[in-house]
Design a protein around this ligand. Sequence first.
Ligand SMILES: [Zn+2]
Length: 357
Amino acid sequence: MGLPGIGSPTIIPLATTGSATFLRVQSGHRVWDEGMIWGVHASRQTTLRDQATVTGIGVHSGAPVTLTIHPAEPDTGIVFLRTATRDRQDRELKANYRAVTATEFATVLGDHNGPAVSTTEHILAALHGLGVDNAIVEVDGAEVPIMDGSAAPFVAAIDQAGVVTQTAPRRYIQVLKPVRVGKDGCYGELRPNLRGLRIEAEIEFDHPLIRRQTYAVDVAPNVFRRELSRARTFGFMRDVAKLWSAGYALGASFENTVVVAEDRVLNPDGMRFADEFVRHKVVDAIGDLALAGAPLLGAYRSVRGGHKLNHAVVTALMADASAWCYVEMPQPARRSARGHADLAGAFAAPAYGPDVS
Ligand SMILES: [Zn+2]
């Protein structure tokens, strides 16, 4: 579909844009160390050790849905398996930017038969954030369950199942030059970053509780778990009637959405982070960027963006063959030619297991 509100993706090589506004000092936030772990150890593909299941409701439909994440062979990528369709035909959809059919209120994947699975961004963020390359995500409804509005329940399910390293080398998408899409003061841009995936987000709402918030992070499994995964979806009371009449947000409640009124958050338990809103934008961006089809070596900046902009930037990147290339990380050295065949796997595995120190 087209990209209303953004127009056709345009690729504008950026001159320098100052990053000072995105710097954010956080005590106890060892981003640098964990970014290094990501870079050093992530040379092989991973999948789940066992399957993991969660149940919940769709935030837009309100309908009950069960989601099961299955282990998958190397080079599978993330594939959605939509079951329990009206015509009883299961549908398989590769989690890829080409399969995006809508981005208005969530990222929807489908094919020539139409939309198949909505609200894919939080499960994709959890898989991508924890460094899972290969998985089949089976969903028995039209929408991924919203759970508590964050990626944390998916992270818990993946951690419980465990993540294992496979023999195949991981292939990254290396961003070679800046790619930017924007309109009317909103923009998203990807630029080269050999250390892994970095996200810099800025949001601005004309609302006293939010105003302008920024957040920058080098994405790594423990950082994702601790700093990002618990940040919830948010919505404004002033939009609710409009959403409901359009058939959206029928399942939204205090259980799965931070509800913002004119001067306060209405949820009885309040916020999980003072800047939960912008952290959630980062989660959404990680999920949407997973649709490039492989982990990115790049830094992504989103300014007043959302699913539509994230998708437009990934599409613009992939459309320009001079802007990216596939790369594999060097394999960890093996100690000797005999007797230590599993050494490389032993080095690689701890970076993604739930027992990471
Ligand atoms: Zn979200």
